[in-house]
Design a protein around this ligand. Sequence first.
Ligand code: R5P
Length: 305
Amino acid sequence: MKLFSGGSSQVLATKVASFLNKKLSPIEVHVFPDGERRIRIDERVVDEHAVVIQSANTPVDTNYMELFFLVDALKRSGAETVTAVVPYFGYQRQDHVFREGEAVSLEVIIRILEEVGVDRLVSFDMHSIKIPELFHIPVSHLSALPLFATQIKGIMNPSCVLVSPDMGGIARIKKLSELLDDMPYAAIEKDRDLESGAISSTSFGEGSVKGKKIAFMVDDMISSGKTIVAAASVLEKNGISDIYVFATHAVFSEEAHVVLQNSKVKKVFVTDSVYVAPEKGFKKLEIISIAKTIGQELQQLATSH
Ligand code: R5P
């Protein structure tokens, strides 16, 4: 197995390589003055199983283009299979037409990946459990929930409740509840204005937090941080004193780091599916690595080749 990393996942890919006792194979990336990229792999891959690790976070289009070119370079150079590990799969929230006239961007990305020659995709906590069904190649849909459960076990007591900040996350917290001896859960009703992006959260769509003091709020991603802040305010109004946030993907757009640090939440746990640059870090943030989970999956896949 040969391991390659695109520019967005160097830190994570280095950890995966070290777990597997391997070195990352070198690639050359040249950026022309007009912004176009020329990608070249600097290693023999004939008949090899190649793995490319590249998250599709900001700048999402650049990171995707780099991934497409890397896969193309590997296929042209004779790699037998290419596995794309895209821990955070950009455009996944655009998985259907919300308003007439829209493109289904997620499907476009999937078509390109399949066309350039990806043989298998590995990704984490996708926005909906149905997304893997949109692919025509096998998908390993991994999850950070077991890692979150381990963390929660160190804090939990009888006054705890799991909370999803929106109804779309109900399957996620049900799964986590199973990993935590059936911890009770609730889900908040969230409304997002599709034009302005404004968020309003008011009440519970399922379950309640009555009599509970500590909430573990779980989401797939944090982008602007507005969903978390709106949900935290509902929890506070309902008697929750301590809020811990767990989100797989630290997308952290706009001023999310400031919004979260200044919010009522006690701590924010994320994974390294998206690299958090030092300037996006904040005191309440804790990062849990998914490198071992990826490494174990790659070991498992290697035995099936
Ligand atoms: C949406 O349904 C997702 O699960 C997240 O709740 C959302 O994308 C987070 O976005 P933001 O941080 O901008 O509110």
